[in-house]
Design a protein around this ligand. Structure first.
Ligand code: ATP
Ligand code: MG
Length: 386
């Protein structure tokens, strides 16, 4: 009897021709997440990936594999001989260790891939169920709503298990193109990046700061957030841009109430340049409709106009509390609420325009040498490998 992890893929196997590519990406990501923990063997058998390691490493392995997109379930399974005695002995061992104390209901679920195995699935389930009832007085059968299930997979080899962990779902990274995330230090943008990555998008990040008006800590906070995200999104490039000169130019030459919208349009232009140079196909923001002044439909339209690339806004229709809940789940919330000022809050006007008109905004932009400001900001860009 050998203990292993069995990994089932989510939507992956719906995708006919792309299956191989998806599978390869997924395995690559799993391997990179667990290389520091270590494993002895990894093989594919009838649509599941099996990983063999030492017993004391499985908990940590499950935790790390749980961060990989495209996985439906992670099961801790016991591999045994292909005969009913050994299958039952294995089931008995698992139950004795996990379900022998309290009153519980169970159900046996057999999947028979190897049709040469002499028992059909319902027959084997019934037989194992009968043997369990004989040996364990505390257990009874409930086929509709059992407390736990005994799974038996009859393949080339046989696997018996009761312990099942839910995976993240989604699609394997790198199977849905690429995007550049505008990553502030706030709560929303890390969640936005996570959601796009979950749909298989390869993510890189750009952060705008305005040192020395904003602190070194604020900058580090954004880097730390990127590091927390990278556990899910894989390694990324972190492009760091100083907007101090740009904010100064806006403050000197434009109506202060337009600061947010003007600076957002310049962020978009800079992000477009970085994305085009690196062949990223889209931009991603954490905007949510109506959350703040710059997130009215009027503002969104004016910001949109400054970008050639599509701007993806996965949070657009999500309530703040639901975003917070997601941030807590992906472990970015605690970092996001650290109290360092970001450039937007420092330069934010008291009474920002909430319904900007493109015509007037363009007029204001004539007072700025945008091409030069963008060029200089890009020239001074720092790139950090996360
Ligand atoms: P977040 O919580 O992500 O900071 P927010 O609720 O504070 O968002 P805004 O400040 O209006 O909202 O920003 C909207 C979006 O614009 C952010 O989600 C982010 O994608 C982008 N953004 C804002 N400020 C920055 C910045 N300093 N660097 C990079 N992107 C930014
Ligand atoms: Mg913010």
């Amino acid at each position: 009897m050998q203990v292993l992890l069995a990994i089932s893929f989510g939507e992956l196997f719906l995708k006919g021709a792309n299956r191989r590519i998806f599978y390869d990406r997924l395995v690559k990501h799993i391997k990179s997440n667990i290389e520091n923990i270590g494993y002895k063997d990894m093989y594919l058998e009838s649509a599941k990936l099996y990983i063999e390691s030492d017993e004391d490493k499985y908990e940590k392995l499950i935790e790390e594999i749980s961060k990989v997109f495209g996985i439906a379930y992670i099961d801790k399974v016991y591999r045994c001989e292909k005969n009913i005695d050994d299958i039952y002995e294995t089931a008995k061992y698992i139950i004795a260790n996990n379900h022998s104390k309290s009153k519980e209901t169970f159900k046996v679920e057999t999947t028979r891939v190897d049709k040469s195995f002499p028992y059909k699935s319902p027959e084997l389930s019934a037989e194992i169920g009968r043997l369990v009832l004989d040996d364990f007085n505390n257990l009874s059968v409930d086929i509709h709503n059992p407390d736990f299930k005994i799974y038996v997979d009859i393949k080339n080899r046989v696997y018996v298990y009761t312990e099942r962990h839910q995976g993240l779902g989604g699609l394997p990274l790198g199977t849905s193109g690429s995007g550049l995330l505008l990553l502030s230090g706030g709560i929303d943008s890390p969640v936005a990046g996570f959601m796009m990555a979950k749909r298989g998008m390869k993510i890189n990040a750009v952060h705008f700061h305005s040192y020395p008006f904003t602190s070194k800590q604020a900058h580090q906070k954004a880097i730390d957030l990127a590091k927390l995200m990278a556990k899910y999104t894989g390694p990324m490039k972190f492009y760091s841009i100083n907007l101090a000169e740009i904010y100064k130019a806006i403050a000197t030459n434009c109506d202060r109430r337009e600061t947010t919208i003007l600076s957002r349009r310049i962020m978009m232009r800079i992000a477009n340049e970085i994305a085009k140079k690196n062949s990223y196909q889209s931009l991603i923001t954490g905007e949510s409709l109506g959350q703040v002044a710059s997130q009215t439909l009027e503002s969104i339209a004016v910001i949109e106009e400054s970008s050639d690339l599509p701007i993806l806004r996965p949070l657009i229709a999500i309530d703040k509390q639901d975003i917070v809940d997601k941030a807590i789940k992906i472990n970015t919330y605690e970092k996001s609420i650290e109290p360092y000022d970001d450039c937007c809050s420092i330069f934010a006007p008291n009474k920002p325009v909430t319904k900007p008109k493109l015509h007037y905004i363009k007029k204001s932009e004539e007072n700025l040498d945008i091409e030069k400001l963008v060029k200089e900001a890009l020239f001074n860009m720092e790139i950090i490998e996360i």
